[in-house]
Design a protein around this ligand. Structure first.
Ligand code: SF4
Length: 175
């Protein structure tokens, strides 16, 4: 039987993506300590390039968006625009306490809150700031999600699972 050229090319792209994810970094209003820890991952001390993880300047080339800090009012539309520029399938890591819910900046007049107030987040990373090993672990978690999604035909299957879970909780109405 002749191989399907489309599915073969897709499988090849997915194979390459899983072995060398490209990340791009966006500071949406943090104190820079998270950024310094991420930079520590990229330099030879922790050297994530040995795992194929590459930092890219353009969101158009990225597979994973790593967001540091809470989201400020000024950064919210810019963060959204950066996220929209990343091609599918794209994944988002929210870094530290700020990324999860605003952290020490929560409640300030110019802060919207955590990253998930503006874009969908796939992985939350604990810490203030997180250690480099936690950052590497978050990228590996993203790769696991990516592989699971691809095995089930795309990212929509995970979202469907969430909707089904919501139906069970609140009596038939999807959340
Ligand atoms: S989580 Fe902590 S280290 Fe990271 S941006 Fe917020 S305050 Fe700074």
């Amino acid at each position: 039987m002749a191989a399907d050229p489309v599915s073969l090319s897709k499988r090849l792209v997915n194979w390459a993506r899983l072995r060398s994810p490209w990340i791009t970094l966006y500071n949406s209003g943090g104190c820079n300590a998270c950024d310094i820890e991420i930079l520590a991952c990229l330099i030879p001390r922790f050297d994530v390039e040995r795992f194929g993880i590459l930092a890219k300047g353009s969101p158009r080339h990225a597979d994973i968006l790593v967001v540091t800090g809470p989201v400020t009012l000024k950064q919210a539309p810019r963060l959204r625009r950066v996220w929209e520029q990343i091609p599918e399938p794209k994944y988002v890591i929210a870094t530290g306490a700020c990324g999860a819910g605003g952290g020490v900046f929560q409640g300030l007049y110019h802060v919207v809150g955590g990253v998930d107030q503006v874009i969908p987040v796939d992985v939350f990373m604990a810490g203030c700031p997180p250690r480099p090993d936690e950052i590497i672990n978050a990228v590996v978690t993203c790769l696991t999600l990516m592989k699971e999604d691809l095995d089930h035909g795309g990212r929509a299957w995970r979202q469907k699972g969430k909707e089904d879970a919501g139906k069970n909780v609140i009596g038939g109405t999807a959340v």
